[in-house]
Write a protein that binds this ligand. Structure first.
Ligand SMILES: [Cu+2]
Length: 143
């Protein structure tokens, strides 16, 4: 693992502040083998064509969740949440609210929430058509 040896070299030569910066950069680049970052696919529902991805990262301020969706209708502001359960069997009551998806993007930081906590049970991220039509789901992904 070349990246790990690069981190070791950096750690050996850098001050502690520089080590933190270097480690964060490596985590960002190597999502696939970090316990503090996870990327999931969001699948379109009900013919919305709104598929995309969710990027989850542990930060000092809490869990940062970024959603990127294709084909959001122009001018839409779509509610998004983390729910308990799975996309196939979702608890309809939101567990945590995320920022609405606007222009295909939503970014939220959830204080006190960690990726490890989410991995201990079943959670899913879903997106709803509009505040007025919450029962119409347009996208979902299992965490
Ligand atoms: Cu929801």
């Amino acid at each position: 693992m070349r990246l790990f040896s690069a981190v070791a070299v950096l750690a050996a030569v850098a001050t502690s502040a520089q080590v933190l910066a270097a480690t964060n950069t490596v985590n960002h680049v190597t999502n696939a083998f970090s316990k503090h970052s996870l990327t999931i696919n969001l699948g379109a529902q009900n013919n919305s064509k709104q598929d995309g991805q969710a990027f989850l990262n542990d930060t000092a301020a809490g869990l940062k969740v970024k959603l990127q969706l294709k084909n959001e209708p122009a001018g839409a502001s779509q509610p998004a949440h983390i729910h308990q359960g799975t996309c196939a069997k979702l608890d309809p009551a939101p567990w945590k609210a995320l920022s609405n998806v606007v222009n295909g993007v939503s970014v939220t930081t959830l204080p006190g929430v960690t990726l490890a906590q989410l991995k201990k049970a079943h959670y899913a991220i879903n997106v709803h058509e509009s505040a007025a039509n919450l029962k119409h789901y347009v996208s979902c992904g299992d965490i």
